[in-house]
Design a protein around this ligand. Sequence first.
Ligand code: FES
Length: 173
Amino acid sequence: MTRCSKLVDVGRRQFLRGGAIAAAGAAAAVAAPPPSRAAIPGARVDYPSTRLANLADLKPDDPLDVAYPDDQAPGVLLKLGRKVEGGVGPDGDIVGFTTTCPHKGFPLSYAAASRTFNCPGHYSVFDAEQGGQQVWGHATQNLPQYVLRVDAKGDIYAEGLDELLYGRLSNVL
Ligand code: FES
């Protein structure tokens, strides 16, 4: 029994020593500085400017079909009638989005009443007034929004996207 008690005692000491080492490691992990947010690259990729339309071509809540950054990437320009995130033009109300669902690539439809893009595949919903933010559904990212610029003549150019397009490993042409 004596021998057995000694073994139990040795076991306790090793257990306590291991606990102290683990506590020291946890304290060091807590004290380590957090990784810099600046080190995380953004998804945005710039493209050559592409003219999509002119201000005169747009009517409120009437999506204008376009394609960007190439013919295989359907999208729309929208005039929402009030200043919104990512909006350009004199009223800051013109936005552009891909119309391919980022979940599994179904074509989206625009609902003017709710200002949303809706997917018939698995019912994801994206808010056009909030930069394409997903408000419901299976998609794991927001709807890619165009980076737009309007020149002095009112021509509207797309110059990039803020998210990856569905089915592409990169937004580079
Ligand atoms: Fe749009 Fe699945 S393809 S939610």
